[in-house]
Design a protein around this ligand. Structure first.
Ligand SMILES: Nc1ncnc2c1ncn2[C@@H]1O[C@H](COP(=O)(O)OP(=O)(O)O)[C@@H](O)[C@H]1O
Ligand SMILES: [Mg+2]
Length: 207
């Protein structure tokens, strides 16, 4: 929980209602939050879905873990407090994006349940849909794909007695208890998973 440092601030309401924004955009703003181990297919699925939505004339945008760490969160590392602050900031950004009417796709390991739940709460308070997509690909598959060589690095670090604090190897991953959707990237193609999510968004009246 971060306390506000600023004083003398007042929320300024705009003149455009959410209904007016949604009518103009022909869609409802929301956040799909992709969580899972490194290599579980979060980015692949988020970008595949973004592409599919744009092709359908919808406005979608991906916020991806690594990309955000290049800029907004470049002053944060992977210690527990930094991971928490990383997700807190992204939570606030996704809420703003969703409020602006964008179908917001957030792809972050986000290993701690309480941090994800705080983002959910933030959306609920703002009356914005929050859809947790648990990429529950088995760690064996993630580790065998290992496109960035990170599991190899983490295993070597653990073997040398140093450790890396790598999620799933020597740092915890707390799986969602009640995610809206589960996707196993060892059993589903990114295209099929994207179609499944589009079906879900239609069913929820978001598309
Ligand atoms: N559904 C899938 N089927 C097969 N391979 C996949 C699938 N999703 C992702 N991959 C592959 O797995 C690796 C990790 O995917 P990535 O999206 O980078 O994971 P994450 O963003 O969760 O770390 C990549 O090499 C990617 O091409
Ligand atoms: Mg990724």
């Amino acid at each position: 929980m971060v306390d506000s440092k600023a004083t003398n601030i007042t929320w300024h309401e705009g003149h455009v209602s959410r209904e007016e924004r949604e009518a103009r955009l022909k869609q409802k703003g929301c956040t799909l939050w992709f969580t899972g181990l490194s290599g579980s297919g979060k980015s692949t699925l988020a970008y595949t879905l973004e592409h599919a939505l744009i092709q359908r004339g919808k406005h979608a945008y991906v916020l991806d873990g690594d990309n955000i760490r290049y800029g907004l969160n470049k002053n944060l590392g992977f210690a527990a407090a930094d991971r928490e602050e990383n997700i807190r900031r992204i939570g606030e950004v996704t809420k703003l994006f969703a409020d602006s009417g964008v179908i917001t796709l957030a792809s972050f390991i986000s290993p701690y349940r309480k941090d994800r739940d705080a983002v959910r709460k933030l959306h609920e308070t703002g009356k914005l849909p929050f859809i947790e997509v648990y990429c529950n690909t088995p760690i064996e598959t993630c580790e065998s794909r290992d496109p960035k060589g990170l599991y190899k690095k983490a295993r070597a670090a653990v073997a040398s007695g140093q450790g890396l604090g790598f999620t799933g190897i020597d740092d915890p991953y707390e799986a969602p208890v009640n995610p809206e959707v589960r996707v196993d990237a060892s059993a589903t193609s990114p295209q099929d998973a994207a179609l499944q999510l589009i079906g879900y968004l239609e069913q929820r009246g978001i598309l």
